[in-house]
Ligand binder design. Structure first.
Ligand code: GDP
Length: 299
């Protein structure tokens, strides 16, 4: 939790501490409620959840009357937690009924897709799993090298094709290899060319169809850069129209004061945030836990 707090310190200052300070004012006048609203919107909590939270806080603060700092903290904790949908199942499904679990990682280039795939491989290998990586991001020239480097570092074999090759055929080969080698998990890194929705749909749709000729996909993780705000939400919507996202990975939460995006994106897609990226290092991928997240935010 200490580490989470450190990494989320920008959001903690802007969101958690900001709200607590405002709520501690002796007179909660309209201007203050507006400031509370602005604080939430600036942290990318989203319009609808912000409205809901402000309404709830107004009501509860009225009931409470005088407010001790501890009471305020407890109240804010409860309400933020509620918005984070604590009942979501956030486990990354890498278990298949038969053969390896197959996880496809999608997202726009630059969001941290390849890094996330590498970090996830590291977690799985540390857990005793035999992992095959599929370098199906053939759009970015260095992506396959980057993934292979991760693979070598963590002890996972990388299946790759020629530069500019067909992503679907690499995805196919990686699943085939995973099955033949009796691997536990195949992680497929895909390209996130968002030039047109049809282009993306064609490419990702094809990768998905081809993989599913071998075996069903167990997890489709969408990687989103937490620093991109509304833009990230637009991307999320487009991807969700193309494939059935089963989980969200929010990267770069360490570098942003806009941690409220967790709330907005879950609301947008109706899908849980399962993992969060807290830095560039190999250990900087963490399971998302709603309670720990709120605790880190409100300090
Ligand atoms: P891709 O194009 O989506 O595959 O993106 P990359 O995996 O190459 O990542 C793009 C950049 O973001 C790299 O410099 C990564 O080190 C960096 N990055 C990825 N995840 C995180 C994160 O959680 N925090 C920070 N600070 N940087 C990250």
């Amino acid at each position: 939790l200490v580490r989470l707090r450190t990494r989320l310190s920008r959001s903690q200052n802007a969101l958690g501490k900001g709200l607590l300070t405002l709520l501690s004012r002796e007179h909660l006048d309209e201007d203050t409620w507006e400031e509370i609203e602005d604080t939430l919107l600036t942290a990318d909590v989203g319009v609808q959840p912000t409205q809901e939270l402000v309404d709830r806080l107004r009501e509860r603060v009225k009931v409470l009357g005088t407010r001790t700092p501890d009471e305020l903290r407890a109240l804010l904790r409860e309400e933020l937690l509620q918005l984070l949908v604590p009942e979501f199942d956030r486990s990354v499904n890498t278990e298949a009924l038969e053969g390896p679990g197959i996880v496809m990682v999608v997202g726009v280039n630059g969001t941290g897709k390849t890094t996330t795939t590498g970090k996830l491989a590291r977690v799985l290998v540390a857990d005793g799993k035999n992992v095959v990586l599929g370098a199906a991001d053939t759009f970015r020239a260095a992506a396959a090298d980057q993934l292979q480097t991760w693979g070598e570092r963590v002890g996972a074999r990388t299946v790759r094709g020629p530069e500019g090759g067909d992503p679907a055929s690499i995805a196919f080969d990686s699943v085939k290899e995973g099955i033949e080698e009796g691997a536990d998990v195949v992680l497929i890194d895909t390209a996130g060319r968002l030039h047109t929705k049809t282009g993306l749909m064609d490419e990702l749709g094809k990768v998905k169809r081809v993989v599913e000729k071998h075996a069903p996909l167990d997890e489709i993780l969408l990687v989103l850069d937490a620093t991109t705000g509304q833009n990230g939400l637009v991307q999320a919507r487009v991807f969700a129209e193309v494939v059935d996202i089963t989980g969200i990975v929010l990267t770069k939460l360490d570098g942003t004061a806009k941690g409220g995006i967790v709330i907005a994106v879950q609301r947008e897609l109706g899908v849980p945030v399962k993992l969060i990226g807290l830095g560039e290092g190999p250990d900087d991928l963490a399971p998302f836990e709603a309670e720990a997240f709120v605790d880190a935010l409100i300090g």
